[in-house]
Design a protein around this ligand. Structure first.
Ligand SMILES: [Zn+2]
Length: 561
């Protein structure tokens, strides 16, 4: 029996438990105040928002004709092949923050996965987007997960504000993905943490999580054979070396006890979808008069993209496995008779490792020079200006936001930024350097994200309270990862379209499919879903706009508000 068959049987075997929590919820609905506006008469009862981490528009285009499962189903709905995470800092946390808020990182406050807060009261000034840095974790090296840095509400929160008994639930392989899609007022939120699914401190986990953890633990303990190579993946099977690592021919054999190999494989996505289905049953999602929201983020594509690049057997197997896993998930929802509407997108795109790109018609692809790293920049500028170089500039890497040490006088700080800009712009890999003052003075961009200039892209990532003193953008094809290593040969995060462009697919049973090739944005998703369920919100609520999912003269966007 293949892994896919086992997963199908598991999905089919999950039954509808009569949980006390579900009964209490139904009673609460019966007692709901009559003043709340009704949802749209034809609204889906369950909105499922799926983010496939690092699933670029390029991957969707490459594999679309080979799909037969869940991705094929979605490709028969409302298809926007040119969706944009339109901001410059194309990382996981900012990307997930746009999907269900309808806001760009400039408004969500999530400018990066990690930023530096030089005022934070601890030795490590790096702040993770999904942590509460004011609290100390129980275990050394750990952090307290939190959604506190997200400055705006999510769709699930907006729905609950109008229909309080609607459920808002999120599940993912990563904490930041679940938290940024779920938001602050969330009924349940779970993510994979090393060896099991966990939730926020102080929140009680559903019995479904115990079941999901037991199933995952059993699989990790037993191990699993390598995946078969789908026929269209054979052409991808070629070993390529990047520094100390050779990739391109992997098939994800799981050695017993190897939790990391479980995570960096299609199996973690199966586990997330199986947990999501358990929650659908335990919480009776999609069975009440008002809509529920279930956010799901599938992380394996990103782990595999980072660990193996995008053009080997590894990614080919992964895309086929997502297609199959989503197909099983949707089929299980169908057997339950739930009226659900789906959107699938990604938090950012991706770019293959330069070593393979160089062999495949892209000699320009290269890794960033270590001279661009903040430490090296500090030494050069410190020497030039006669300033102590230690910690003069801090930042995550060769590109993105950079912070200047806080003990400088205003004149020294201005001189340091000017010198850093001159130094960086003289280097062949740097496309642009923008100061915080320049970004603050730039209007929020409008119009097609395809034609935004570099400073407009960076403006959409700029949030004054946490953004750096300047931002560095590398040229197209320069990967901001100087040295490859095990589990890390390629990355995203650039302002270029291979990292910004993602598919946006809407689907609901009975919907007439259509294809709209013009650019749209991930910030259009929340207003589209809000209108789909009949949630009326004031004009100007979102950075995005409602996309009409009716292929004919009708509209799902309602009357202009
Ligand atoms: Zn990501």
């Amino acid at each position: 029996m293949t892994f896919a068959h086992k997963a199908l049987l598991l999905l089919a075997s999950l039954t509808l438990p009569c949980m006390p929590v579900a009964m209490a919820r139904d009673q609460a609905k019966a007692a709901a105040p009559a003043a709340a506006p009704a949802p749209a008469a034809d609204a889906p009862k369950l909105v499922i928002a799926i983010a496939v981490d690092q699933f670029s528009a390029d991957l969707f285009a490459q594999y679309r004709s080979h799909m037969t499962g869940g991705l094929a189903r979605l490709a028969g709905g409302g298809v926007f092949p040119a969706g944009f995470q339109s901001h410059a800092a194309t990382e996981t946390c900012p990307g997930h923050s746009t999907i269900l808020t309808g806001m760009r990182p400039a408004h969500t406050g999530i400018i990066a996965n990690t930023w530096f807060d030089l005022s934070v009261a601890r030795a490590n000034k790096a702040v993770y987007c999904a942590e509460d840095e004011t609290k100390t974790a129980a275990a050394p090296g750990d952090y307290v997960a939190s959604v506190g840095h997200l400055k705006v509400p999510t769709l699930g929160e907006r729905i609950k504000a109008v229909w309080p008994t609607s459920r808002n639930i999120a599940v993912s392989g990563k904490d930041r993905a679940a938290l940024m899609m779920g938001g602050h007022k969330i009924d349940e939120v779970y993510w994979w943490k090393g060896k099991s699914f966990v939730t926020l401190d102080g929140q009680t986990a559903s019995p479904s999580v115990g079941e999901a953890n037991a199933a995952a633990a059993a699989l990790i303990a037993s191990g699993a054979p390598a995946f078969d190579l789908p026929g269209d993946c054979a052409a991808h099977e070629r070993a390529v070396t990047a520094g100390p690592v050779t990739v391109g021919t992997g098939r994800f054999a799981l050695n017993p006890g190897d939790a990391t190999a479980f995570r960096v494989s299609p199996r973690i996505d199966r586990a997330v979808l199986e947990l999501a289905l358990r929650l659908v049953d335990a919480d009776r999602l999609g069975r009440a008069a008002t809509p529920d929201v279930l956010a799901i983020s599938l992380s394996a594509t990103d782990y595999i993209g980072h660990g193996y690049g995008t053009q080997g057997t590894e990614m080919c197997i992964q895309v086929h496995q997502i297609d199959a896993a989503l197909g099983a998930f949707f089929a299980a929802l169908d057997t339950r008779g739930i009226d659900y509407g789906v959107v699938l997108t990604a938090d950012h795109g991706g770019f293959d490792m330069p070593e393979r790109q160089n062999e495949q018609a892209m000699p320009q692809a290269q890794r960033a020079d270590v001279a661009l790293l903040p430490k090296a920049l500090s030494e050069r500028v410190g020497a030039k200006l006669g300033l102590d170089p230690k910690g003069l500039f801090v930042g995550e890497g060769a590109s993105g936001d950079v912070w200047v040490r806080t003990d400088l006088t205003p004149a020294q700080k201005t001189a340091a930024i000017a010198a850093a800009r001159d130094d960086l712009l003289a280097r062949p890999q740097v496309a642009a350097v923008f100061s915080a003052a320049e970004l603050a003075a730039t209007p929020m961009p409008t119009g097609s994200p395809e034609t935004w200039t570099p400073i407009q892209r960076a403006r959409a990532s700029y949030y004054a309270p946490v953004s750096g003193d300047f931002v560095t953008l590398l040229k197209r094809g320069v990967m901001a990862m100087p040295m490859p290593g095990p589990g890390y040969v390629a990355t995203h995060g650039s302002p270029w379209d291979y990292d910004r462009r993602v598919p946006i697919l809407f689907w609901r049973k009975g919907m007439t499919g259509f294809e709209q090739a013009s650019p749209v944005e991930t910030v259009d998703i929340a207003p589209t879903l809000a209108a789909w369920v009949g949630l009326k919100l004031p004009a100007g609520t979102f950075d995005g706009r409602c996309l009409d999912l009716d292929a004919g003269p009708g509209t799902t966007c309602g009357a202009p508000q």
